[in-house]
Ligand binder design. Structure first.
Ligand SMILES: [Zn+2]
Length: 211
């Protein structure tokens, strides 16, 4: 496999972890370009626990510089999340599957620093005739707001019960993490499950041939 496989329906912090596969020249990184980062932000915005109010105006007219800043912050947060996910799951996969991860304490600091921007900007929005909701004040640019809300949700995942459901996918050549459901799900996706079964079958065949 040389392409990153997206895992459908995962929480935004997990989705961010899975935007990269491989390292060096063969890497496949959905956030490597400003256009890729903008696409990811557009897609993840409606799936966040809190809606950043600045996102709707920011998306259609974001300057190249502000998208590049958001892409940089997202890649830095992704490195921190992958480090913490690897530590939480005792990930046995080779570190080279994704390069340049920070050490544990640096990852905690990046996550907390990024989440703090959103935590300081969450407000209650409750129009007299509507339903109450938590929203992010509109003063953070949309891309940065999305990044910090993803970080805030990641703080809850790592610090809460969901962390026990976090898994590294151990199918051949997969770099993904996923939150397992209540079943006995062992792979991030059906494609990985199929690939793992084929690899197991091939290993058995070659063992039989040698035997
Ligand atoms: Zn997988």
């Amino acid at each position: 496999m040389t392409r990153r496989d997206r895992v459908a329906g995962q929480e935004p912090p997990i989705d961010l972890m899975n935007t990269v596969w491989g390292s060096g020249r063969g890497a496949d990184d959905a956030l490597a370009t400003a256009a890729g980062a903008l696409e990811w932000i557009r897609e993840i915005g409606p799936r966040l626990e809190q809606r950043p109010r600045s996102l709707d105006h920011w998306l259609p007219c974001a300057s190249r510089l502000s998208v590049k800043e958001a892409a940089f912050d997202l890649r830095r947060l992704r490195g921190a999340l992958r480090r913490l996910a690897a530590d939480a799951t005792a990930d046995p996969r080779p570190a080279g599957m994704v390069s340049d991860l920070p050490d544990h304490q640096a990852a905690v600091d990046v996550l907390n620093g990024t989440a703090a921007r959103a935590a300081a900007s969450c407000v209650l929005v409750w129009p007299g005739t509507g339903v109450p909701a938590i929203a992010l004040r509109g003063d953070l640019p949309g891309g940065i707001a999305v990044c910090s809300l993803v970080a805030l949700q990641a703080v809850r995942i790592f610090g809460g019960d969901e962390c026990k459901r976090l898994r590294a996918c151990l199918a051949p050549a997969c770099a993904n993490f996923y939150l397992s459901g209540h079943g006995r799900r062992r792979w991030c996706s059906q494609a990985c499950g199929n690939r793992a079964r084929v690899a197991r079958f091939n290993n058995k065949q070659s063992a039989n041939e040698i035997g």
